[in-house]
Design a protein around this ligand. Sequence first.
Ligand SMILES: Cc1ncc(COP(=O)(O)OP(=O)(O)O)c(N)n1
Ligand SMILES: Cc1ncsc1CCOP(=O)(O)O
Ligand SMILES: [Mg+2]
Length: 213
Amino acid sequence: MIVYHPLFPPAPSRLGLYPVVDSVEWIARLLEAGARTIQLRIKDRQDSEAEQDIIAAIKLGRRYNARLYINDYWRLAIKHGAYGVHLGQQDLQTASLEAIRNAGLRLGISTHDDREIDVALATRPSYIALGHVFPTRTKQMPSAPQGLEQLATHIKRLGDYPTVAIGGISLERAPAVLATGVGSIAVVSAITQAMDWRAATKQLLELAGAGDE
Ligand SMILES: Cc1ncc(COP(=O)(O)OP(=O)(O)O)c(N)n1
Ligand SMILES: Cc1ncsc1CCOP(=O)(O)O
Ligand SMILES: [Mg+2]
């Protein structure tokens, strides 16, 4: 049985709906719509080009008392006092976990299989993300989707560890994903590509909640 004893500040066991978006505009809209766990995921920009957006997102996160995670840019997240950082397995090879920990930031880590879950558990992060559950067009994935059965097996293995499912989670698929016992659903296109993002967010919030305090 895995006991939740993180080396980083703890996350609530249920992070609820977790939109992952690429702009400050989306962060502002979604906080206003009621999301309380959210990620700024900017790709392929220099630190100097991403810094102002990271500062603005952190400020908004504080204003709404939200759990605002910064993807990848861990140095800027530390510099500007973000709530948390999300890192993938590749990122773990270059990031200073000690610096993130010393700065008091939460840490979320991506995983795709049992071996990566072993690696994540060894770092004792605040939460563990599991993906991708279904095919996704948002990010090129080197592995196959794990599907609901594998996700459920991982959730069982992780006991009371806070977990997040990601990858191809649509409004229609969300109930089955949540039925595995996962504490959170991270979504990109289910919100940003929806015909009506407000309606989609409202329905996803009704299904997953905004997260525990
Ligand atoms: C909640 C959540 N889970 C997984 C990811 C993917 O992170 P990573 O593997 O580092 O890939 P990039 O997002 O950096 O392309 C995530 N961002 N958030
Ligand atoms: C960033 C990321 N990491 C694993 S899948 C994914 C993209 C998820 O996007 P969508 O919700 O549109 O499938
Ligand atoms: Mg990354």
